[in-house]
Design a protein around this ligand. Structure first.
Ligand code: 13P
Length: 287
């Protein structure tokens, strides 16, 4: 069931759990996420970066593939397909391509420009029945060429952007895309608490979900985080399982080179990673 992310995130914010945004890269990734979401009766958001869309042949290919698969597999849980860290042009392309949700990332613009562009994009998204996420305070690290310096958001700016009418808000609180460095000082809960207080129940988004310790995830959810994005962790588990298959020489045994055999361990590894995230975030059985 393809939907926008409004209802699932409002329910999550009220129920004190978080819906996972799992980024997809190809057909196998999509099938892994959809099948485990259905099995565990969890709502899910399929995240697509500009880079991943390019790899899959464009935003429309990604959206049509995911939608067709959702229908063919008979998936009954709510699924949103969401542009991750979209530019202005990518947001417009995703409206055309049939996405149900977009993130407009104006965090690198001067604040006034972020406000103006986000306002315009809110109008376009809502006119098309889509939900929209905005960002204040760039997320650190690098994801598909989008580089952020890891700012901690200004709570007053978060309130100003929330008041424009976005559906959910990503605020930098020391989170970073990719693997966290050894000297990472953790999430800034004092700032998160202030942002949650000022934005009054708006579902908040935590990017950089890979490698955040479970206790920090739980605390963030208790303070208003209702959507957590995970990308790198699935890539790492896919790569490790695929590496093991090759290093064990299994591709050289019989028809072990068949892509459906070669990709199977990685596919199962993604399912296991996503299962762990749904369990940790508390979304199992919430569809
Ligand atoms: P990770 O790659 O660190 O899991 O972050 C994903 C993300 O925030 C997508 O926007």
């Amino acid at each position: 069931m393809f939907v926008n992310a409004k209802e699932m995130l409002q329910k999550a914010a009220k129920g004190k759990y978080a819906v996972a945004q799992i980024n997809i890269n190809n057909l196998e990734w999509t099938r892994a996420v959809l099948t485990i979401a259905e099995e565990l009766k969890s709502p899910v958001i399929l995240g697509v970066t500009g880079g991943a869309a390019k790899w899959m042949g464009g935003f429309k290919t990604a959206a049509d593939m995911a939608r067709a698969m959702d229908a063919s597999l008979g998936v009954t849980v709510p699924v949103a397909i969401h542009l991750d860290h979209g530019t202005y042009d990518q947001c417009l392309a995703c409206v055309e391509a049939g996405f149900t949700s977009i993130m407009f990332d104006g965090s690198h613009f001067p604040f006034d420009e972020n406000v103006a562009k986000t306002t315009e994009m809110i109008g376009i998204a809502h006119k098309n029945g889509m939900t929209i996420e905005a960002e204040v305070g760039a997320i650190g690290g690098e994801e598909d060429g989008v580089v952020g310096s890891g700012e901690v958001a200004d709570p007053a700016e978060c309130k100003a952007i929330a008041d424009l009418g976005v559906d959910f808000l990503a605020a930098g609180i020391g989170n970073i895309h990719g693997v966290y460095p050894e000297n990472w000082t953790g999430l800034d809960f004092a700032v998160l608490e202030k942002i949650a207080g000022l934005t009054g129940g708006m579902p908040l988004v935590l990017h950089g979900g890979t490698g955040i310790p479970a206790d920090m995830i739980k605390k963030a959810i208790s303070l208003g985080v209702a959507k957590i994005n995970v990308n790198t962790e699935c890539q790492l588990s896919f790569a490790a399982a695929t590496r093991k298959y090759i290093e064990d020489g299994k591709d050289k045994v019989g028809k072990g080179f068949d892509p459906r055999k070669l990709l199977q361990p990685g596919f199962e590894a993604i399912r296991q990673t996503v299962r762990e995230k749904f369990e940790l975030f508390g979304s199992v059985g919430k569809a």
